[in-house]
Design a protein around this ligand. Structure first.
Ligand code: C5P
Length: 238
């Protein structure tokens, strides 16, 4: 696989073309951002840790029958993925009240929900990723009715697989964000699954092990990501 021109650079990953038009390389950087890119830092070894965690989680999801864009990890910070036409919405699943849900509804963080909450947000930093619903998605043509249903179903399926995985590692899967895209007439899970895009709490102490450590200046950010990797059994050496 030959790494070609840069296609796109996001807040924490850079996407490269390859010699295969249907494949891209995701490069996980050490850059860390919060609050729609307002707070920025470089955290040593975060790119490598996220690339390893993402590869491990995506493989577990594929084993469970979920269509993901992930193909293989090819270097410390690089992975090959299927090229997708990304849908402009973010899908969030919540098992425990935290973050923007706590703020929006005035409910204290930590309430375990009786059933998962599913939410859509528009992917738009300048607008601070506003919450949207199915009728906005249909009215503005961001996705079709069948795609909306597939994203909802796949998000719940991911939750089922990952709740079990994290439970087994003594970690609560509080919430997470997913993105989907189209290729070959199908919908695929795209983007990444790393502690940058989910909330993970130690099951007994509720210590935060995710990007909230960066957002809230709690320190030991990459150390916590490494702790997540160690507990999941993610290989940390090649
Ligand atoms: O901020 P909020 O509580 O809505 O975030 C819900 C979940 O989605 C969190 O795990 C957060 O890390 C993730 N998220 C994300 N990217 C965004 C917005 C939220 O990864 N742009």
């Amino acid at each position: 696989m030959i790494k070609g021109e840069q296609l796109y650079s996001g807040k924490a990953k850079t996407v490269f073309l390859t010699d295969d038009p249907e494949r891209l390389i995701l490069h996980f950087r050490n850059d860390t951002s919060a609050f729609d890119g307002v707070k920025l830092a470089q955290l040593e070894r975060k790119g490598e840790m996220n690339n390893r965690i993402n590869a491990f989680v995506m493989a577990k999801l594929a084993d469970a029958g979920i269509d993901t864009h992930f193909i293989e990890r090819i270097g410390p910070e690089d992975s090959v993925v299927r090229r997708l036409d990304m849908i402009r919405v973010e899908c969030v699943i919540r098992n425990v009240v935290a973050g923007s849900l706590a703020k929006r509804l005035g409910i204290e963080e930590g309430l375990v929900l009786e059933r998962p909450v599913f939410e859509f947000f528009l992917k738009d930093d300048a607008l601070h990723d506003p919450m949207i619903n199915e009728s906005h998605i249909l009215a503005f043509g961001w996705a079709g009715a069948e795609e909306i249903e597939q994203m909802r179903k796949a998000s719940h399926a991911v939750n089922g697989v990952l709740k079990g995985l994290f439970d087994g590692a003594g970690i609560m899967l509080v919430d997470f964000k997913l993105e989907f895209g189209r290729a070959g007439g199908k919908l695929w899970l795209g983007d990444e699954f790393t502690p940058d895009g989910c909330r993970l709490w130690d099951a007994s102490t509720r210590k935060k092990l995710d990007k909230d450590r960066f957002r809230r200046d709690l320190g030991e950010v990459v150390e916590s990501y490494q702790e997540v990797a160690r507990r999941l059994g993610v290989p940390l050496n090649d």
